[in-house]
Design a binder for this molecule. Structure first.
Ligand SMILES: Cc1cc2nc3c(=O)[nH]c(=O)nc-3n(C[C@H](O)[C@H](O)[C@H](O)COP(=O)(O)O)c2cc1C
Length: 380
């Protein structure tokens, strides 16, 4: 048995992460928004998709290999950008990127990463994408993407579904937020989770101060955990298609819009020369009345699927969920929480365990479906 032989599925990893992480941090990762209607909707939407099994097919040579933006990879997965992944494990972003490199898939670094992209690139050797939240200062935003390009990011992923800060009441109740603020509740949480407190928080404090966003310009950061000392790096509330034009002119690599949920926006993205879109409701974390990606993916694929690369995410917990998104026409699938649970319980090996499980489950699903390649997976 491997070190994580007792973790047999994503839910096992989730339960183990729940025990290990402070409650406020676990809920920040795990939960949705408002009444959490969308989180249940994502699950129900995926469960409702049935796939067609073809029998009596030799599936000995089956493979979930995928080609995304012209690059062949062993599976259709990409690790999604997740803010503060570096809080769930010491240097958590490097651990996630290391697991991605081992699986031969890209790791998407968040603007709100705790570890700077340069260190992630140096220490993981992973193929990197860079996720962008546009700051009020467009000049600083362009400087940030230049920095990502210099660090070797292949793709820029502009997140377009977070125009305002999401309503997450549990974070307020738990006293969880960035900057991290001391409170009685947070203090009790730390005492109750000593392994995390010592292995993650204390190590980070000793190395470089209270963890904070690494991509803010140096002059705007302090070691005291304050996110920013200037509104220049506040998230811009006025991001429009003009910004897509601006980024398209500046960014030489692949440009992807993440968080598209309508056919009209997918067409407009195409008109602006983007290379791909992620059909996503942000893991049901932002707009509680948003459709699930499964509701809108078929129409978006029919409209623009032959012209741009279409990826999907939100709600993947098993290999069958990946197969479902592929059957609806996605070329690739992003994984958010599942690998975060994995890294939370054991760094890179924990994240690798989750990626391996998803790979094995996808392979088993393909075998049952008589699908030798991803393109053989069909809706029932
Ligand atoms: C803790 C956490 C932080 C996230 N931070 C970001 C982020 O900084 N930028 C972004 O575009 N998406 C972010 N997301 C959304 C993910 O990229 C992805 O769309 C979502 O997690 C997919 O759903 P899943 O978690 O069900 O796989 C975050 C998700 C989680 C769980």
């Amino acid at each position: 048995m491997t070190a994580f032989g007792h973790i047999l599925n994503v839910e096992d990893a989730r339960r183990a992460a729940r025990r290990r992480l402070p409650f406020g941090l676990f809920e920040y990762i795990d939960r949705g928004t408002e009444d959490e209607v969308a989180i249940a909707g994502n699950r129900a939407g995926l469960d409702a998709i049935k796939l067609a099994p073809s029998v009596l097919i030799d599936i000995t040579q089956r493979s979930p290999e995928a080609e995304i933006f012209g690059i062949v990879q062993p599976s259709p997965l990409i690790i999604a950008p997740t803010a503060v992944a570096g809080l769930v494990w010491h240097d958590g972003e490097i651990a996630l990127a290391t697991a991605a490199a081992q699986a031969g898939i890209p790791f998407c670094v968040s603007t709100q990463s705790i570890t700077p992209i340069e260190r992630i690139a140096d220490e993981s050797g992973a193929r990197l994408w860079f996720q962008l939240y546009v700051w009020k200062s467009r000049e600083r935003t362009l400087a940030l993407i230049d920095r990502a390009a210099k660090a070797g990011a292949e793709a820029l992923v502009l997140t377009v579904d977070t125009a305002v800060g999401p309503v997450r009441e549990y974070n307020i109740r738990n006293g969880f937020g960035i900057p991290l603020k001391p409170s009685l509740r947070a203090g009790i949480d730390l005492v109750l989770h000593p392994r995390w407190t010592l292995d993650v928080m204390l190590r980070a404090i000793l190395a470089s101060g209270v963890p904070t966003y690494a991509h803010y310009p140096d002059e705007f950061r302090t070691k005291l955990g304050r996110t920013a000392l200037s509104t220049e790096v506040d998230l811009a509330p006025d991001v429009t298609w003009d910004d897509v034009r601006l980024l398209r002119r500046r960014w030489k690599g692949k440009l992807i819009l993440k968080g598209i949920l309508t056919v009209e926006d997918a067409r407009t993205a195409l008109d602006h020369g983007v290379d791909g879109i992620v059909v996503s409701n942000h893991g049901a974390r932002n707009l509680d009345c948003a459709p699930g990606p499964t509701d809108v993916l078929p129409a978006i694929v029919a409209a623009v699927g032959d012209k741009i690369e279409i990826l999907a995410d939100s709600g993947v917990r098993r290999g069958a969920d990946i197969a479902r998104f592929i059957a609806l026409g996605a070329k690739g699938v992003m994984i958010g929480r599942a690998t975060l649970y994995g890294v939370a319980i054991g760094g890179a090996p924990g994240a690798s365990r989750v990626l391996d499980l998803l790979h094995q489950q996808l392979s088993a699903t393909m075998g049952m479906l008589g699908a030798r390649r991803l393109s053989d997976i069909r809706l029932a």
